[in-house]
Design a protein around this ligand. Structure first.
Ligand SMILES: [Mg+2]
Length: 170
């Protein structure tokens, strides 16, 4: 199951210790948009998102966007941030994420992926040998398909917690 486990699980992108990430060898970061940086209905980056990407750059971490959403949504967002972006990235398939690393000129092992979904962002990162960071999804109105996915995500997170508790006890 470990392919579904994030390397890091935090409440939101604002909680990320960026200097610590750089210190552990991360030189590039692939960003998910929807429910990670902003909720679905927010079309452009908030000041917090702009500050986050700025802090990444200041710490020597390149940033690109890989979203499974459509071109229109992704382009508008990426343009406002001034970063390269791939839309319909096909996460969890490795193609889009590997292209992101290549664009940044960063080895996949020095690339992190931040996202809110285990079955796209985390799985994709882990399949590529990238550092997977899971955030709690920002509140959005979600359809039934998402509700089912969230149900299975909770099962995986429970199993991961059990594993961590077992490790702590060993
Ligand atoms: Mg998302």
């Amino acid at each position: 199951m470990s392919v579904f486990y994030p390397k890091l699980y935090i409440d939101g992108f604002g909680d990320l210790d960026i200097p610590a990430l750089k210190a552990r060898g991360i030189d590039g970061m692939v960003l998910d948009i929807d429910n990670t940086l902003v909720p679905y209905h927010v079309p452009t980056p908030t000041p917090e998102v702009i500050a986050f990407v700025e802090e990444l750059k200041q710490n020597g971490i390149s940033a690109v966007i890989a979203s499974n959403n459509t071109g229109e949504r992704v382009e508008l967002f990426a343009k406002a941030l001034g970063v390269f972006a791939i839309h319909k990235a096909g996460k969890p398939l490795p193609g889009g994420l590997l292209k992101c690393a290549k664009t940044m000129g960063v080895h996949r092992k020095h690339t992190a992926v931040i996202g809110d979904q285990i079955f796209t962002d985390v799985l994709g990162a882990n399949l590529c040998g990238m550092y997977s960071i899971l955030v709690k999804p920002l509140p959005s109105a979600e359809n039934n398909f998402f509700k089912v996915k969230r149900y299975f995500e909770r099962i995986i997170l429970k199993q991961m917690k059990k594993r961590d508790e077992k490790h702590a006890a060993d």
